[in-house]
Unconditional design. Structure first.
Length: 255
């Protein structure tokens, strides 16, 4: 725990499952302060009233966020409009954001109402990020909801570190952590370094080596069926398997 050092302020996006809440507790043990938590579901609701464990955390439900409804901590705040320059800087992302809004619109909201909602959310999240100044924003998955993508886009505009956790398909105990899902620059750099090394199958870890050998074997059909069943029920046993990558998450937040 960081006693003499300033705590690292972390914002969480789409941490909704019980297993994800275990990750939050581990982050706190590592001396990090959860200043804002965007999520939902039962466990999220339980922790939102835990003032002992989360005395200063702002809890914001996903369903409220996508409607532009702020949490109680920001309901009486006067939020300034966004400058034209910021709108221009996000003009490319706005097209994607409008598309993501359409994906969850089951009410046939008129275009100008969506435009109004977009600018309302843009003003709110820009204000929140500037006001709270998080050191890092951690996403539990790719930012595929429009609010998540808006936060991601604003974070990059403001120079705030983003960390995206992505499970490796077929290996539920492995999680990739990266900061950019459009270019995958860190992953590409790591791959290019590996390409320069003279690596063979014996250099692979045991689980990946086993998986590789099974895929190229003559009996891969039966093995693939086994793995497909494993992938179809990825939630089974995830609670304990997600915790080892925390070292990677903490390292990336601190670096």
């Amino acid at each position: 725990m960081m006693s003499d050092e300033k705590k690292i302020k972390v914002m969480l996006v789409n941490f909704v499952t019980g297993e994800m809440s275990d990750v939050v507790f581990e982050l706190q043990k590592k001396g990090m302060e959860v200043i804002y938590w965007l999520g939902g579901k039962e466990r999220f609701h339980e922790l939102s009233v835990d003032k002992e464990g989360f005395p200063s955390t702002v809890f914001h439900h996903n369903l409220d966020a996508i409607q532009g409804i702020p949490p109680k901590e920001f309901q009486n705040v006067s939020i300034p409009p966004v400058h034209a320059q910021t709108n221009f800087q996000l003009s490319k992302q706005e097209l994607t954001l409008q598309y993501l809004m359409d994906r969850i619109d089951y009410t046939g909201l008129r275009f100008y109402h969506k435009k109004e909602l977009y600018h309302k959310c843009l003003s709110y999240w820009l204000y929140v990020l500037k006001e709270l100044k998080p050191d890092a924003i951690v996403f539990s998955d790719l930012p595929h909801l429009y609010i998540s993508f808006l936060i991601y886009s604003l974070a990059h505009l403001l120079g705030i570190k983003t960390l995206i956790c992505r499970r490796v398909k077929g290996f539920p105990e492995r999680v990739m952590v990266f900061n950019d899902f459009t270019k995958y620059s860190e992953l590409l750099s790591a791959y290019q370094l590996v390409e320069q090394e003279n690596l063979g199958i014996n250099d692979l870890s045991e689980d990946i080596k086993t998986y590789y050998q099974q895929q190229v074997s003559a009996r891969s059909g039966a093995v693939n069926e086994k793995y497909s069943k494993h992938i179809e029920s990825p939630d089974k046993g995830r609670g304990t398997k997600l915790l080892p990558p925390l070292k990677v998450v903490v390292y990336n937040i601190k670096k």
